[in-house]
Design a protein around this ligand. Sequence first.
Ligand SMILES: Cc1cc2nc3c(=O)[nH]c(=O)nc-3n(C[C@H](O)[C@H](O)[C@H](O)COP(=O)(O)OP(=O)(O)OC[C@H]3O[C@@H](n4cnc5c(N)ncnc54)[C@H](O)[C@@H]3O)c2cc1C
Length: 508
Amino acid sequence: MLVRSVSWDRTVDVVVIGYGCAGPVAAITAAENGAEVLVLEKQPKETHHTNTSMAGGSFITPTDAKGALDFMRALCRITGGQGISWTGDSVLRSFAEYSATNLEWIEARGGSAFLSPGPVDYLHLPGADSLPKHRFKGLGVGLVKFLDGQVQVRKIPVLYQTRATHLLTNGRGRVIGVEAQTLQDGQNRKLRIGASRGVVLAPGGFEYDEQAKLQFLKVYPTYSSGSEANTGDGLRMAVEVGAQLWHMHCLSAYLMFKFPDFPIAFAPDYRGRQQLRYAKGDEAVPIVSGHIIVDGDGKRFTSENLNIHGIYYELPYFDSHRLIYPRVPSYLIFDRRRLENGPLPSVTVGPAGAARLYQWSADNSKEVERGWIKTANSIRGLTAKIGVPADNLDRTVKNFNRYCLKGHDPEFGRKQANLIALENPPYCAMQLWPGAPATMGGPQRNAKGQILGADGSPIPGLYGCGELGCIYGMLYPGNGGHLAQCFTSGRIAGENVIRERVPNYRRR
Ligand SMILES: Cc1cc2nc3c(=O)[nH]c(=O)nc-3n(C[C@H](O)[C@H](O)[C@H](O)COP(=O)(O)OP(=O)(O)OC[C@H]3O[C@@H](n4cnc5c(N)ncnc54)[C@H](O)[C@@H]3O)c2cc1C
């Protein structure tokens, strides 16, 4: 928003918008470089929860920057696109270099994270073996505690209940401050805060902006297992000052459980009690319960050896004759063995995880009662409850059970170890929706974290970091990709914003 003359309520060197992971990292970095920093956070302190606090706290920690760069180049190359990349090489290079030193950055400030098993998602890509990951003790909550401690030690003020609404620009298009709505002493008030060096935009993604999801994502609805505060404010602020958008239909592309009477989606846990051991690297842990995924016609459409951060892209199949998306929703079909094998969603991350926004019952009984899990004593009985054609689902399950007996899935090549027949009633179904822990799209940034305008040149005084406009294109590297880039981009934005200065800036 252009302001010809403005009287500031307060001025600082750097204003950071958003207090998740990237925001505090940028604030800490700018403060360490001598800047006076102010953080704006729209949520109240007492109930503050973010994608960061709901996360698993893992972040990829490349052992060598060259391997990481090779991997990122391959990951971002568009299939069939003759060498075209989602993300420019200089941005990938800066990510590779900085992410290789993120752990050092954390440890130098007293943080600690442990080596976490599990590789990146695309092992066949070059450089994949140079991207191990680390995990914060206490998961996302532990990470937030660490960052908050660092912000407090540096006495960086965080204004809670203060929602940034507009970026303010001068006549030359330079971002010189932020307009915000703040709640103080029960009163809503407009604040104008000047930023003599620049503004860092770190308000997270647009997982709860229905309009943006409808207009930009490949299929609607798409649900999130993260914070409801991510309402796309950053998108609107950036567009208003002429930012170029990128990666808009890309996300860490999941299937999710979502129920009408709870606002946040849940990430499925397909393994049950074995998941924890499996996540700790015990590949030999047996799978004890079977499940299949079917579409609204009661037919399987994918191997259930899911690529969990890519399966979303199989959902926007549109039937142009019936004018429906038959895979939206899809259904997870399982039997007593999975029902009795621990909570159906992850109880590590998301609303039922460490953030404790929902207490999922250990035996799933509460959720059966709520109608979130449908059960019946026969497959045909189940179809009556979920509205899937009975003959189709019955045939699909009979075929699947036959494949289990033979140890071979001729349709989708499911791994032999996962071929466990569905034969123990009650049979169960849960809706699976397109979803994502995080969106990727937002304002495009360059290797210095500067947000670019429509003509491709940096908008002076405006930096971006974190999930909003993040560096990944369609493919996500796997667990740990987002937080690695939050640290990386926060550090880069914090280092570069302090090199700016608005000419003739008058402080009050
Ligand atoms: C369930 C789950 C598990 C995940 N697990 C992992 C994992 O293990 N590893 C990994 O790498 N990634 C993981 N992710 C993704 C990762 O957590 C996020 O991408 C990352 O935390 C985003 O951080 P951020 O700083 O960009 O934004 P956020 O953490 O989303 O924080 C944004 C902040 O900005 C505030 N805000 C928004 N609008 C405004 C405004 N207008 N004014 C002021 N403040 C505003 C919000 O209230 C919020 O506090 C997971 C995500 C989820 C949901």
